[in-house]
Design a protein around this ligand. Structure first.
Ligand SMILES: [Fe+2]
Length: 294
């Protein structure tokens, strides 16, 4: 049983960025107008060194969340408790608002694919992943968020859509969802489904964070490269996500071709403007409705 239940509170952090080493100095010197940072957990799962020192100093000024890439929650290999122990140590050090990893598998039998592989969407896999998420949450003592990955393959054995699979895992494990809007767009293109079917299918109380990122077109596929600004269709999908889920903490992931921080701040302002325009409109509508019914 996890000890911190985020489902009831769904804390709202505002608009954030992924913390990247290229920006450590600027963040400390300028204290940019970013509501929070997401860190990649694996970069700091050590006892000391410069990155951890920067992290400690930046943490003094900003809320943080932790995002991992190595849990391999969908694998049939045993859970790696050495990894989880290090993760727990970092969680105790950073005190993040929450921690997350991907709904995927990254290897089996000692082999690491260094890629986030999708799962077959079967009842057996739902139970398998939900059991493992429950074990992780019990060990860490907190609920975790699971993120939808972008994918380029599918399995003949799948019995349900990806969004049904994600919903069932989240409900059965009582965990939260990190919805990557760009990944929905990428997978919708690659697997030919309507992104809005996915976007609107998840339990609202469990969607705790949004990711936004850029992608690259390659032949008939879209690849989730995180090396470009957010595309217009992904901004449009984000607007639909805000309309459907309301206030959800949102951040931009940029992992390659990293621009100066100022460029990402401008992009984050675009994100903020989309969301805040919608919030203003919906508050105005609510006020008008109240006046009409008074
Ligand atoms: Fe993501």
């Amino acid at each position: 049983m996890s000890t911190t239940n985020l489902t009831e509170q769904r804390p709202y952090l505002g608009f954030g960025l992924g913390l990247r080493k290229e920006h450590f100095e600027t963040v400390l010197a300028d204290r940019p107008d970013v509501d929070w940072f997401e860190i990649t957990s694996e970069n700091y799962m050590v006892d000391g060194g410069k990155p951890l020192d920067y992290l400690t100093r930046i943490r003094e000024h900003y809320p943080m969340v932790m995002h991992g890439v190595s849990m391999s929650i969908g694998s049939t290999a045993a859970l790696d408790f050495d990894y989880l122990k290090k993760l727990k140590t970092l969680i105790n050090r950073v005190e993040p608002a929450w921690f997350s990893d991907h709904l995927c598998w990254t290897g089996v039998n000692g082999l690491n694919l260094h890629d986030l592989m999708p799962l077959p969407y079967t009842e057996e896999a739902v139970q398998h992943v939900a059991d493992r998420v429950s074990q992780v949450q019990d060990y860490i003592g907190r609920q975790m968020l699971l993120e939808n990955v972008s994918s380029y393959i599918s399995y003949n054995d799948s019995q349900m859509s990806e969004w049904e699979f994600l919903r069932l895992v989240a409900e059965r494990a009582d965990c939260l969802i990190l919805l990557d809007i760009n990944n929905i767009y990428v997978s919708a293109h690659n697997h030919n489904f309507d992104p809005l079917s996915y976007l609107t299918a998840l339990p609202k109380e469990r969607v705790c964070q949004f990711h936004l990122a850029g992608h690259t077109h390659e032949n008939n596929l879209i690849i989730d490269t995180h090396d470009q600004p957010i595309s217009d269709p992904v901004f449009e999908l984000y607007a639909a996500a805000i309309e459907h889920y309301g206030k959800v903490s949102t951040m931009i992931e940029r992992d390659d071709n990293i621009p100066p921080l100022a460029e990402l701040l401008t992009e984050l302002e675009q994100v903020r403007a989309i969301a805040e325009n919608y919030f203003k409109d919906s508050e105005k509508n609510e006020r008008t409705a109240k006046i009409k019914t008074a």
